[in-house]
Design a protein around this ligand. Structure first.
Ligand code: 13P
Length: 250
């Protein structure tokens, strides 16, 4: 099976209002048409407007979370169907800021993945160890456990993406050594093959955590690194496009 097409996805987190759409339009204008996938995941309030800003461009659009239910009495929540209706085709699930700040466990993430699949969204499922877990030598064990428990069986044969984001590397300017990134990505790939057989070779495994134009190319060239999930550096078109530029082409 051929290597997955690299994906560079920008996670805007709780940043960006109307004026930020100019950055999305600039990204749409500068994104390559083939060889690498480019995606933006803005806050929910911008999804529909951004779908118009990206129309006709190769840039894909995603949400940052969804509820496990398609609808109902869940004040403040957004369903996968609603994201799809607003123009999204992807959704980030299980980000560490959701796991830590909203008490989401692996079973919650797995339920959301199922909901995303039902709505026709491609899930980007995030995993990653805390600093304490890495210092205790538990990074591989934690990440492997999260992969196994966050991915429901019905993902077999469906399009999805993994993102390895060490919690201590997010927004800190710190990154793991290149060797540590490869080690974790290889462990994730082995787990995917164990869970899904041959189909476990298909999903791209993104790295996320302080990816910048200055370090992206060397990280993206590593074995089993199939792209990046970019936070802060995705808010400015010039920085984000510089990262995209450094990605290997399929
Ligand atoms: P930073 O790139 O700002 O470290 O954020 C990474 C991240 O959490 C992307 O989901």
């Amino acid at each position: 099976m051929s290597a997955p097409i690299p994906l560079i996805a920008g996670n805007w987190k709780m940043n960006g209002a109307g004026p930020a759409l100019a950055e999305a339009s600039a990204i749409a204008a500068g994104a390559p048409a083939a060889g690498v996938r480019v995606a933006l995941c803005p806050p929910a309030t911008l999804v529909e407007r951004m779908s118009r800003a990206l129309a006709g461009s190769p840039v894909e659009l995603g949400g940052q979370d969804c509820h496990a239910q398609p609808g109902g009495a869940f004040t403040g929540d957004i369903s996968a169907e609603m994201l799809a209706d607003a123009g999204a085709s992807l959704v980030i699930l299980g980000h560490s800021e959701r796991r830590a700040g909203h008490d989401e466990g692996d079973a919650d993430v797995a339920a959301k993945v199922s909901a995303a699949l039902k709505a026709g969204l491609e899930p980007i499922v995030c995993v990653g160890e805390t600093q304490a877990e890495r210092e205790a030598g538990q990074a591989l064990e934690v990440v492997t456990r999260q992969v196994r428990a966050s991915l429901p069986a019905e993902l077999a044969g469906r399009a999805f993406t993994l993102a390895y984001e060490p919690v201590w590397a997010i927004g800190t300017g710190l990154t793991p050594s290149l060797q540590d990134i490869v080690e974790v990505h290889q462990a994730i790939r082995a787990t995917l093959r164990d869970m899904f057989g041959q189909a476990g070779a298909a999903p791209a495994i993104l790295y996320g955590g302080s990816v910048k134009p200055g370090n992206a190319a060397e990280i993206l060239a590593l074995p089993e690194v199939g792209g990046a999930l970019v936070g802060g550096a995705s808010l400015k078109a010039a920085e984000f496009l510089a990262i995209v530029e450094g990605a290997p082409r399929a």
